[in-house]
Design a protein around this ligand. Structure first.
Ligand code: HEM
Length: 504
């Protein structure tokens, strides 16, 4: 499988031929002390240079910068009445995991401590196949219409002409798409500059479905991985200083913590809602700009994630990892949230572009469960034997797939996604749609300002100075519109005082 043999580290060329010295190249010489001219026959030199030119793969278009580790998920509270997912059934059930925690906007070589949302991706290797959770460290998102996602991200990245990140395009996007106000408030609170990746939570944001054993009964859930280290943050000044002085600060922190045996952990909790509650709820459960207040739907503990092993090799384990919201085991299902539906297409599509059509066969992505998927075969770098002579078309009269499905351990029904009540839709018609921003979109933002930031001394002031420090670089028209948006959640005198303190 091309793995490196660490037992006998005899240096060879990539094809396995032993070679005396990796630091030599063949040069033409007539015996004089001046040597030059290389030879096309020098396989070692040519292969070394050619491989170097091909070391880069496309970085992720978002979430390029990250840190990751292996770990373990253990069930602490049985929820087998809610879901048939086996990795969630039975207290003490353990599964191997792979985590990747990222910033979102900037490139792979950027600094760890910049103000940004943190991505929080987890792959759980279960006996029913892989379960991926591709979450963020804030519970709400900036948009709820997937068509806006590329625009959102471009407004956080570099200006197309100057190639510089640009406060004007950032605030222009957000002041013209105000449904993101709640997420923006998280970003510009000190939560936007976490102390370490050990100190961030992971939130599904979307509603998912947990599907009950054997049937179509289901509940909507939101998943919350709550850091057992607590959520700790930095001030803007500290984060900015570290971005220059120690740009790999979070990466080193996680690596050193695991290497020292201080294993960070997270408690998985769920908020659970019946379909009837969803239909009657005050907020659209498919709108991920909204939280479900804990007072309405309390957090119920499920299990514990512990990161206990550093990557053996960053590129192989973390850079080549592919996470997707579409990777779900039986017992967990998508809701109709349009953002989630779009994401289920986008991630495997990105992985095929970034890693190739057979990315699931890479050792770090490969399921622990048996895989038999003979209708996906060939393609670049197929390394799983490519199903030999097995039938390559469905309904073949003699296939190993039939034998496999009826062999007992996995029945055909185990592979059929449950069709639940909320998958049956009344006949409608196709229409162009974009969601409007309404007064209701500011209710939770106001509560965040008052009850969350207001409950911690100095946090409202930090929020205002964090915004002012950034928006001060935007053009006047944009900050005036943004200022109007801020009035929707905060008393004007406070904002005015703070903005004038920043000479705006
Ligand atoms: C329509 C909305 C969205 C689209 C189209 C989208 C698309 C993408 C794409 C293309 C990538 C790069 C994947 C790769 O190259 O492997 C990515 C990464 C990621 N996204 Fe999204 N995204 C969306 C919304 C979200 C939301 C709402 C969340 C969190 C709740 C999220 C969390 C993440 C994370 C954590 C990663 C990094 C995964 C990793 O570590 O490999 N995204 N997204």
């Amino acid at each position: 499988m091309g793995s490196v043999d660490t037992e006998t580290p005899l240096y060879t060329l990539a094809e396995g031929c032993p070679y005396a010295d990796p630091a030599t190249a063949q040069q033409f010489s007539d015996g004089s002390p001046i040597k030059g001219l290389m030879l096309l026959q020098d396989t070692q030199l040519i292969e070394t240079l050619a491989h170097f030119s091909r070391e880069r793969i496309p970085e992720r278009v978002v979430h390029a910068r990250a840190v990751g580790a292996w770990g373990e998920f253990e069930v602490t509270h049985d929820i087998s009445h809610l879901t048939s997912a086996k990795f969630l059934s039975g207290i003490g059930t353990k599964s191997k995991t792979l985590s990747r925690i990222s910033t979102v906007g900037p490139e792979r070589g950027s600094a760890d401590t910049i103000r940004d949302v943190r991505g929080w991706a987890l792959k759980i290797f279960t006996e029913q196949g892989n379960q991926d959770f591709v979450f963020n460290d804030i519970p709400v998102f900036f948009v709820r219409d997937p068509i806006k996602f590329p625009s959102l991200n471009r407004s956080h990245k570099r200006h197309p002409a100057t190639n510089v990140t640009d406060a004007t395009i950032f605030w222009d996007f957000h002041s013209q798409n105000q449904e993101g106000i709640h997420a923006l408030m998280f970003l510009f609170s000190d939560r936007g500059t976490p102390r370490s990746v050990r100190h961030v939570n992971g939130y599904s944001g979307h509603a998912y479905k947990l599907v009950a054993p054997g049937g179509t009964g289901f509940h909507y859930v939101k998943f919350h991985f709550i850091s057992d280290q607590g959520t700790d943050t930095m001030t803007a000044d500290e984060a900015t200083r570290l971005a220059g002085a120690d740009p790999d600060y979070h990466t080193a922190d996680l690596y050193n913590s695991i290497a020292a045996g201080r294993f960070p952990s997270w408690t998985l909790k769920v908020q659970v809602m019946t379909p009837q509650q969803a239909e009657a709820y005050r907020w659209n459960v498919f709108d991920m700009t909204k939280v479900w207040p804990h007072a309405d739907f309390p957090l119920q503990p499920v299990g514990k994630l512990t990161l206990n092993k550093n990557p053996d090799n960053y590129f192989a384990d973390i850079e080549q990892a592919a996470f997707s919201p579409s990777t779900m085991v039986p017992g967990i299902a998508p809701s109709a949230d349009p953002m989630l539906q779009a994401r289920m297409f986008a991630y495997p599509d990105a992985a095929r572009y970034r890693l190739g059509a057979n990315y699931q066969q890479l050792p770090n992505n490969r399921p622990a469960a048996p895989v038999y998927s003979p209708y996906e075969r060939d393609g670049r770098a197929s390394i799983n034997g490519n199903y030999g002579g097995d039938a390559s078309y469905v309904r073949a009269t003699a296939t190993r797939a039939v034998a496999f499905a009826s062999s007992g351990s996995k029945t055909a029904s185990a592979f059929t996604p449950g069709i639940t009540a909320h998958d049956v839709w009344a006949l409608g018609s196709v229409a162009e749609y974009t969601s409007d921003v309404v007064e209701d979109d500011f209710v939770q933002a106001r509560a965040f300002w008052r009850d969350v930031l207001g409950s911690q001394p100095g946090q409202q002031e930090h929020f205002v100075s964090n915004v002012a420090g950034h928006i001060g670089l935007a053009n006047r028209g944009v900050w005036e519109t943004t200022f109007g948006m801020c009035l929707s959640f905060s008393p004007p005198f406070f904002i005015l005082r703070s903005l004038s303190a920043w000479s705006l």
